[in-house]
Design a protein around this ligand. Structure first.
Ligand code: HEC
Length: 136
């Protein structure tokens, strides 16, 4: 009897500790958040470099020439129907459209580091703007 009682007590304590560990796993420390913010802002900075670079395409034109500070890119309206592509597209499809047309460049892989960086920069510049998917 005593043995069963001890085993049961140990099991209860172990289960309790596991529950506490699981609950704590969801808590993010300030250090975590600072690191994530730093990493995010470094990708935004990479995107900005690509945005102003005359070497992203082939003709020396930079995205920033027509879209200073990501003006008129309206990331908050994506996904939406885009006439140039004839279908509902994501923001990155339109980034590639401008890359291939005004910049006469090669499209970026949709999951490439550069594409994510450009998207991070564009959406960062429009932070706080309400989402309006589909809007023209
Ligand atoms: C020569 C000028 C010019 C350059 C350079 C240019 N764009 Fe554009 N961009 C346009 C025009 C014009 C439109 C409007 C097309 C439309 O929405 O009908 C546009 C539209 C866009 C849109 C969609 C805007 C919306 O309202 O939906 C995005 C995103 C975009 N450009 C990204 C880029 C990126 C990324 C680059 C650099 C790779 C770039 N643009 C370079 C002229 C330019």
């Amino acid at each position: 009897m005593r043995r069963i009682a001890i085993t049961a007590t140990v099991a209860i304590i172990v289960t309790g500790l596991m529950i506490v560990a699981m609950l704590r796993a969801d808590e993010f420390t300030e250090k975590d958040q600072q690191r994530w913010q730093q990493e995010y802002m470094s990708v935004v900075a990479e995107g900005r470099e690509l945005w102003v670079s005359p070497d992203l395409g082939t003709n020396g034109v930079a995205c920033a020439q027509c879209h200073p500070n990501a003006a008129n890119t309206h990331p908050e309206t994506y996904p939406k129907f885009q006439q140039q592509l004839g279908r509902v597209v994501a923001l990155r499809d339109m980034i590639n459209w401008c890359l291939m047309n005004p910049l006469e460049g090669a499209p970026l892989d949709l999951d490439s580091r550069e594409m994510v960086a450009i998207e991070a920069y564009v959406t960062y510049e429009r932070r706080g703007v309400a989402l309006a998917p589909g809007k023209h």
